[in-house]
Design a protein around this ligand. Structure first.
Ligand code: 5GP
Ligand code: ZN
Length: 116
């Protein structure tokens, strides 16, 4: 899988070609504010490497996947949010619209269960 996919919005955010409000970054991932927030706190945690969906993560990505969750918690804490929901939409029927793996971090309001 190439590092970067031409035309991918999140690859462009990672490359700082598109603006985003960054909350956290390291050598593996970045976290930034969702442009169309569905909750008072809505962050996206995005690996720097272009992985289209969770189904495309290989065995070698298991460490990275765990790291994304650790960063999700850290980024929520940065925003002062202790109660939050993490979501990964995988493929169209689950609501995925951007095909570069990302973890949603939603908080700051009561989250209903089950989700729609
Ligand atoms: P998905 O539907 O793929 O699970 O989530 C994609 C998310 O990316 C949506 O919540 C959408 O609001 C957000 N999004 C789409 N384009 C941009 C953008 O250019 N910048 C930022 N910060 N978020 C975006
Ligand atoms: Zn990408």
């Amino acid at each position: 899988m190439p590092m970067k996919s031409p035309g991918c919005i999140f690859c462009r955010v990672v490359a700082r070609e598109l603006p985003a409000t960054l909350v956290y970054e390291d050598d593996q991932c970045i976290a930034f504010e969702d442009v169309n927030p569905k909750a008072p706190c809505h962050l996206l945690v995005v690996p720097r490497r272009h992985i289209p969906t969770l189904n495309d993560g290989g065995e070698e990505d298991e460490g990275l996947l765990g790291h994304l969750l650790a960063v999700a918690s850290r980024a929520a804490r940065e925003k002062g949010v202790r109660s939050f929901r993490t979501v990964i939409n995988t493929n169209a029927d689950a609501g995925q619209t951007i095909y570069h793996l990302h973890v949603h971090v939603l908080g700051g309001r009561i989250m209903r269960w089950p989700p729609g």
